[in-house]
Write a protein that binds this ligand. Structure first.
Ligand code: 6PG
Length: 260
């Protein structure tokens, strides 16, 4: 649910939508936004934090950040700590693992001395009980952001599924209402699987939330999220706005084909 103090006018006014002709220009624009914010965070506070999205859309972004000198050589890698917005209940070498995807697309492509291993904080999806992985990750967030402090990520990178889910906050699931903890385990009926996910308060506390959405299969839901009535239970991504910072929707023309 949205916080009560976030009225619809504020809520819709808080998002900026940038449309790009194709996935390649979308990816480059996203890389520019990410690198700029990581650099600014490090110059202002000496460190930066980024929560990574899973799924397939961000793969090309992660690859670009690690491979293209125009981006790779500007990211202050040693001062950036990478976390995961969510993870599947699988081992880190599983084909479904968000960590494996980010590792193959980005971390593994970086020279070993660029990014200290301790800067990558993965969710241990391999634990038999997903609840244990959630509790353990919440403690990891506390260790990094301080006990009793709601984690404030410099960049919260998110995707959106065709059903409007983001991270592993799916419509009709308990994760929608987890407002008292930072990480939860959630059973996702439609996929008959457990997930571990950061909760809405953490996503909303980021300095910058960046939604990266591409492809025609997202067109209908993107229109509902951006132009439809307020229905965050039905479209969880609609309820995720940075409450104190920026919310960017970076979308390609195919995903935005139904948006006015
Ligand atoms: C996950 C992601 C999820 C993803 C959307 C979009 O674990 O799958 O965190 O929220 O961002 O499902 O996925 P695609 O980019 O593959 O469309």
């Amino acid at each position: 649910m949205l916080p009560d103090d976030l009225d619809p006018a504020q809520f819709s006014a808080r998002r900026v939508v940038h449309r790009f002709a194709d996935p390649a220009t979308l990816t480059r624009a996203a890389a520019e936004e990410v690198v700029g914010r990581l650099m600014r965070a490090v110059s202002e506070r000496g460190t930066a934090t980024m929560a990574l999205a899973g799924g397939s859309t961000p793969k090309s972004l992660y690859r670009l950040l690690a491979e293209e000198p125009a981006f790779r050589d500007r990211v202050p890698w040693a001062k950036v700590h990478f976390f995961f917005g969510d993870e599947r209940h699988v081992s880190p070498d599983h084909s479904e693992s968000n960590f494996r995807m980010a590792n193959e697309a980005m971390f593994d492509r970086l020279a070993p001395d660029l990014l200290p291993p301790g800067n990558v904080h993965r969710i241990r999806g391999e634990l038999p009980a997903p609840e244990d992985a959630a509790v353990e990750y919440a403690r990891e967030l506390e260790r990094h952001f301080g006990q009793g402090h709601l984690p404030e990520f410099d960049v919260m990178l998110l995707g959106m599924g065709p059903d409007g889910h983001t991270a592993s906050i799916f419509p009709g699931t308990s994760a929608l209402r987890e407002n008292a903890i930072t990480v939860c385990a959630v059973w996702v009926d439609k996929h008959s699987t457990n997930r571990i996910t950061m909760t809405p308060p953490v996503l909303r506390n980021a300095r910058t939330v960046i939604f990266l959405v591409a492809g025609p299969d997202k067109a209908r839901v993107l229109k509902s999220v951006l132009e439809g009535p307020r229905a965050p239970d039905r479209y969880p991504a609609q309820g995720i706005v940075s409450l104190n910072g920026e919310t960017l929707w970076l979308v390609d023309a195919a995903a935005a084909s139904a948006v006015g």
